[in-house]
Design a protein around this ligand. Sequence first.
Ligand code: PLP
Length: 416
Amino acid sequence: MNYPNIQAEDLAVYEIIKREEQRQKEGIELIASENYVSRAVLEAMGSVLTNKYSEGYPGKRYYGGNEIIDQAESLAVERAKQLFEAEHVNVQPLSGSPANLAVYMALLNPGDKVLGFSLDQGGHLSHGHPLNFSGKLYTIIPYFAKKETEIIDMDEVEEIALREKPKMILAGFSAYSRNMDWKRFKEIADKVGAFTFADIAHAAGLIAGKQLENPVPYFDVVSTTTHKTLRGPRGAMIMCKEKFASVIDKSVFPGVQGGPHDHINAAKAVAYGEALKPSFQEYSKQVIKNAQKLASALQEKGYRIISGGTDNHLMLVDLFGSKQITGKEAEKCLEQVGISINKNMIPFDPRKPLDPSGIRLGTPALTTRGCKEADMQTVADLMDEALMNRADETKLASVKDKVKAFALKFPVPGIE
Ligand SMILES: *Cc1c(COP(=O)(O)O)cnc(C)c1O
């Protein structure tokens, strides 16, 4: 992409874009929630579809002039249905958190009980953080991973559900590396008469790419962001059974949002079109292979991976437990050499959220750039070299040069 008009008319913004392009090109991106969209997705986001107001849904709009916008939104909906075998899809949610707000508002009353994965073990803010709407408006009952295995124990989930009788069971994560037992969640929910809500924000791309099991056939409602493994524009969507279609649609608009972002919805259609191609299944498969290779390469160097490995695109590393380095120290050290990661709590973390024991790593972004298993070995070597020499500025400068040389071998889509 070139930006000749921004360059001519607004040098300040142009230079910011160019500096960020350079950062993305020269760095190793391991943040598990990030990815690089295609040029086609970028073009749709930059299109004149942004000029339109279209409150409502295709065929039932509160503004005129929407016959073409209707086609864009319907195309996104049809492709999403095909991708996830969904009965009904709403592509209007502006991002993951507002999508989840719309789901809670559609199915629950304030004060209702929700069973959700404990935040400090891998749940998301919108699954009950005390400062988030979810924690303020609803009674959140957490379930946990088992201490010995660091894997969710479904018998324990069932026990808690039978005891607490929640109105909704929420299954989903931002930092959990194991498969979710969707079917068992549904069986448990049926025993207590709870709604089932899956939030697949993180793994949606791997599900669309047919590498992980899909909860959509089992669950009442499934939300996802579109910008993580699914590799679309920043945004979200909600999928549900036909019988929830009307309450979900009303909850998104006019419940939570006003006009949809039509340029983003067109970009969602483009991304779903890409995800429907066989090459996206190859991509998803490689994401998981790369994550498993990165995990084993780190294990060989003595780093402890939570639960002993990964089934998906991400992993948590117990840095403090295995190397006496805190998550915060690691984030700072790795940032200095151009490796982006984030500090993260580990299950039963003895440390505090702002300086936890762990870091979270993910492979969706590097895999988009074309990295394979052998490259994951290099990434593990570079990370280890930086962390083991974190007090040595000269050494860190040389690791930074190596990171840059490595990263430049793998082009970022959309950057010259
Ligand atoms: C990322 C994420 C979200 C929120 O998405 P935003 O677009 O950042 O609001 C919601 N749920 C889960 C599980 C996530 O990982």
